[in-house]
Design a protein around this ligand. Structure first.
Ligand SMILES: Cc1ncc(C[n+]2csc(CCOP(=O)(O)OP(=O)(O)O)c2C)c(N)n1
Ligand SMILES: [Mg+2]
Length: 362
């Protein structure tokens, strides 16, 4: 548990760091079992490999667009590992790492970006909502979902992911205010990657930190080194445990960085310097940091690294191939789950689309 000094930490603008870039850890290291640490590392490596493959698929014309996550692996994997099986995650569009750590197959995630809606059918038993594209909208779902747990006296808590830009939306205010008033079991993970497309955080808010906004809602708030998977794990675990004890929600600002473009439709060279990116990659990379941590513990070496990279490369390639070969929904299915009994105009629209798709003029 993080002690109650968190509020003072926050007011002073302090950030929770546990593992340094060279792999040494502070006294707050929870000392997770080696098998868990190795699973976390594997998932971070897999998230990056998934990401690199997705970029290639998009450049080959096999995806419309894609929102890369590289640089944000520690936020996503560290937090997702803190959840229990019964907990739920409510992701934004950049959370492929958290989603795969929860058990959403990579194949489905590729399908989403290939425009195949079957990718949004999360398998039963995997407690994850579908990706949300409208910025911040998922925060309201998360608050409602967590409120339902409280009303129905169910055991789960909800982890909701969103970006720094989402904190400027009304949804952020409504979600956190409501979550605070009703003391719902939710953890709000804000991946502060420095930018909302081209808008830097300093143009997003005049507040010194995003975490301090928690104070106004009367809830806990932590600022965490989001390049440190262990710090993320500790902060989210603490928040979840408190949430489940009835102590209400927490806002966690995770300081991280996105290496790639906002999406494949964006050119980041227009608004940030290449040197800035290179410096983060060199000095703060979350995967390199975790690897150093494992090496210091005697859990990792070059041979293990080599075989992991090979194995994951195979998994990623296979998932992409399966996604490509998956048949897309039919036109009828586009409207199938929207209404209990579809209105006439939807039937007309589907007919029209069929004619167009079939090559005939409508
Ligand atoms: C309601 C809404 N407005 C605008 C957009 C276009 N848009 C997509 S992502 C984005 C920026 C979001 O930035 P941030 O919340 O920091 O998340 P990040 O993309 O950095 O992960 C915008 C404006 C959208 N998807 N939804
Ligand atoms: Mg952002």
């Amino acid at each position: 548990m993080i002690d109650d000094r968190h509020l003072f930490r926050l007011i002073k603008g302090e950030t929770l760091h546990i593992v340094k870039q060279d792999g040494t850890a502070s006294a707050e290291d929870p000392g997770l079992p080696p098998a868990t640490l190795l699973d976390m590392y594997r998932m971070m490596v897999q998230a990056r490999a998934f990401d690199e493959k997705a970029l290639k698929l998009q450049r080959m014309g096999k995806m419309g667009t894609y929102a890369p996550l590289s640089g944000q692996e520690a936020v996503q994997i560290g937090s997702a590992f803190a959840l229990e099986k019964e907990d739920w995650i409510v992701p934004s569009y950049r959370e492929a790492g958290a989603m795969m750590a929860r058990g959403v197959p990579m194949k489905l995630q590729y399908m989403i970006w290939m425009g195949n809606d079957y990718g949004n059918r999360i398998p039963d038993g995997v407690n994850c909502l579908p990706v949300s594209i409208p910025v911040g909208s998922q925060m309201l779902h998360a608050t409602g979902f967590a409120w339902a747990a409280k009303i129905r006296k169910e055991k789960y808590a909800v982890a909701c992911y969103f970006g720094d830009g989402a904190t400027s939306r009304g949804d952020f205010h409504e979600s956190l205010n409501f979550a605070g008033v009703f003391q719902v079991p939710a953890v709000f993970v804000c991946s502060n990657n420095g930018y909302a497309i081209s808008t830097p955080v300093k143009d997003q808010t005049h507040a010194e930190t995003l975490a301090q906004k928690a104070i106004a809602y009367g809830i806990r708030g932590y600022r965490v080194d989001g390049m440190d998977a262990i710090a993320m794990y500790v902060a989210v675990k603490d928040a979840l445990q408190r949430a489940k004890k009835g102590e209400g929600p927490t806002l966690i600002e995770a300081l991280c960085y996105r290496y790639g473009p906002h999406t494949t439709a964006d050119n980041p060279d227009l608004y940030r310097q290449k040197e800035e990116v290179e410096k983060v990659k060199r000095d703060r990379d979350p995967i390199a940091r975790f690897r150093n941590y494992l090496v210091k513990k005697g859990l990792w070496d070059d041979d293990k690294e080599k075989s992991l990279i090979e194995e994951i490369g195979g998994l990623v390639d296979a998932a992409a191939k399966e996604a490509e070969q998956s048949p897309p929904p039919t036109l009828e299915e586009l409207a199938r789950n929207v209404f209990a009994s579809p209105p006439w105009y939807l039937a007309e629209e589907i007919d029209y689309m069929k004619k167009v798709a079939g090559g005939g003029s409508p």
